[in-house]
Write a protein that binds this ligand. Structure first.
Ligand SMILES: Nc1ncnc2c1ncn2[C@@H]1O[C@H](COP(=O)(O)OP(=O)(O)OP(=O)(O)O)[C@@H](O)[C@H]1O
Length: 476
């Protein structure tokens, strides 16, 4: 087993660093009720988010259901897997089940809109504790984020990393010099998983290690798109750019879009024009690569867009703020809008038994007029969210107000039902108490009937003797 798994903390008390996150988790778990909000663990990879969630379940003796939000992309799958378990009781009895949903920052885009919405719906309905995990808090859809309490995890300090490495060396009976430990801790940048993997990789087949043995291959040394584009606009030397381009994990067409985004910011118009020329050439090569499936051309395209544009910046001392291609944002907004329209049409089609295509092409205007008369009723009837109501009403503020009214009414109904249930319970308790009091007043029933010789010999009391007479009188 690799050491990262072997040394995964078993209990919350074993999670290193992140003391305040652990305290928040413990408090939440101890006071958890079905009305508690789910937790959203955020932070960079390898710092203990998943370990903390698993340790929490172990400490609380809760079962675990682990889901990957980006695997279970469709609404249907997420609802089937998480919907049921979040509202029903445990598989093995009445115990609680911790639902861990990982990678919730991976749910944007058209196909995943349903996924994000399904998770948001599950969070509202859930009757089981839920922990969501994400690397980037801002990558989590708003609809999910506002339903959760955030638990930020921070990178682990160098001294904590060193301490942990020392402990592992002791368990594994490996002698490890301070210089080696600090080399690992420094280069793993607060990521415990990287540190443990680096130690594992460096010590294979050895009983002692020093700084010279440290194998930083375990470290993620890939260049980011920011390094590459930064190098292009700083006019970095060819060799450095080739290395960055080799290490950067982006496809050539998206690298081209990133570079293109910053060209308008170049100061010198002549250089700017030439840079566009290089990009245009690269685009031609990329097109040919795809059409002919001749991937050698890919290399020329990459050189043209990186080395070519960099040559126009050499010596210009130009530094720019690197931004993602704005066309992505526009495309994603358009896709999102399309997805909202599609889900809206589906809800209305179901409500009015009209085909979805006709709702979109013919009936939306008419239905908008219905909705304007009583937006909250329309929203409640078709179970619409703010984005969908925005399309119906052509007014975001009115849409938000309608959804708020519906939520408020649902909350009030819920409170009323809870109050009624509480008063019914109180009534039942009172009746039970009265019944108990009556039982206490009754004479104790003998366990075995008395024997004939134990029965009293005297005559029965007066009123019993009169009873038949009374009955006769009543009869006449
Ligand atoms: N705070 C920590 N204390 C002790 N060990 C840790 C801690 N964080 C990470 N580790 C080690 O790193 C491994 C991976 O940690 P974990 O899976 O919890 O990271 P993560 O934050 O969930 O990362 P990712 O976002 O990539 O899923 C663990 O098995 C454990 O060996």
């Amino acid at each position: 087993m690799d050491w990262a798994e072997k040394y995964r903390p078993m209990h919350l008390a074993d999670i290193l660093g992140n003391g305040s996150a652990v305290r928040q988790i413990v408090d939440w778990a101890k006071t958890w009720t079905p009305d508690s909000r789910p937790l959203l663990f955020t932070g960079k990879p390898g710092i203990g988010k998943t370990s903390a969630a698993l340790a929490l379940a172990r400490d609380m003796d809760w079962e675990v259901l682990e889901l990957n939000a980006s695997d279970a992309r469709t609404k249907a799958i997420i609802e089937r897997v998480a919907g049921n378990s979040s509202t029903t009781t445990s598989l093995f009895g009445a115990g609680r089940k911790l639902i861990i949903i990982d990678e919730v920052d991976n749910l944007e885009g058209n196909a995943d809109r349903g996924g994000a919405r399904a998770i948001a719906d599950i969070l509202k309905e859930a009757k089981q504790p839920i922990v969501l995990i994400a690397n980037d808090a801002y990558g989590v859809s708003d609809s999910i984020r506002r339903l959760c309490d955030p638990v930020p995890f921070r990178a682990i300090g160098v001294s904590t990393l060193q301490k942990r490495m020392k402990e592992i060396c002791r368990f594994e009976e490996i002698a490890c010099g301070e210089d080696a430990l600090s080399a690992i801790a420094e280069s793993s940048a607060g990521d415990m998983r990287t540190a443990v993997n680096m130690l594992f990789g460096s010590s294979t087949g050895k009983t002692s290690i020093s700084a010279g043995d440290i194998n930083t291959a375990q470290k993620d040394e890939r260049a980011t798109i920011f390094d590459l584009v930064g190098g292009v606009f700083a006019g970095a030397p060819d060799r450095e750019l080739q290395k960055l381009s080799f290490e950067c994990d982006e496809k050539p067409d998206s690298v081209m879009q990133w570079i293109e985004e910053s060209i308008p910011l170049m100061h010198d118009p002549k250089r700017r024009i030439r840079a566009y020329g290089r990009i245009s050439r690269a685009d031609v090569y990329l097109g040919r690569t795809m059409r002919r499936q001749y991937f050698t051309l890919w290399r020329y395209a990459t050189s043209m867009m990186t080395l070519g544009v960099a040559s126009e910046n050499a010596g210009a001392g130009f530094r720019t703020r690197i931004m993602p291609p704005s066309r992505w944002k526009r495309m994603s907004t358009a896709k999102k809008q399309k997805a909202v329209r599609r889900t809206l049409a589906a809800s209305l089609a179901e409500g009015y038994s009209i085909p979805e295509s006709q709702i979109q092409s013919q009936y939306l205007d008419l239905l908008s007029r219905f909705a304007e008369k009583d937006p909250a009723a329309f929203c409640e009837r078709h179970n619409l969210d703010v984005d969908q109501m925005g399309i119906v009403l052509h007014d975001k503020a009115a849409a938000a107000a309608a959804v708020k009214t519906v939520q408020q009414a649902a909350k009030e109904r819920d409170t009323k039902v809870k109050k009624m249930a509480a008063s019914k319970r109180a009534e039942m308790r009172k009746l039970e108490e009265q019944l108990e009091a009556l039982r206490m007043q009754e004479p104790p029933v003998p366990e075995t009937p008395p024997a004939a010789e134990e029965l009293p010999l005297e005559e029965p009391p007066e009123e019993k003797k009169l009873a038949p007479k009374q009955a006769t009188l009543d009869f006449f």
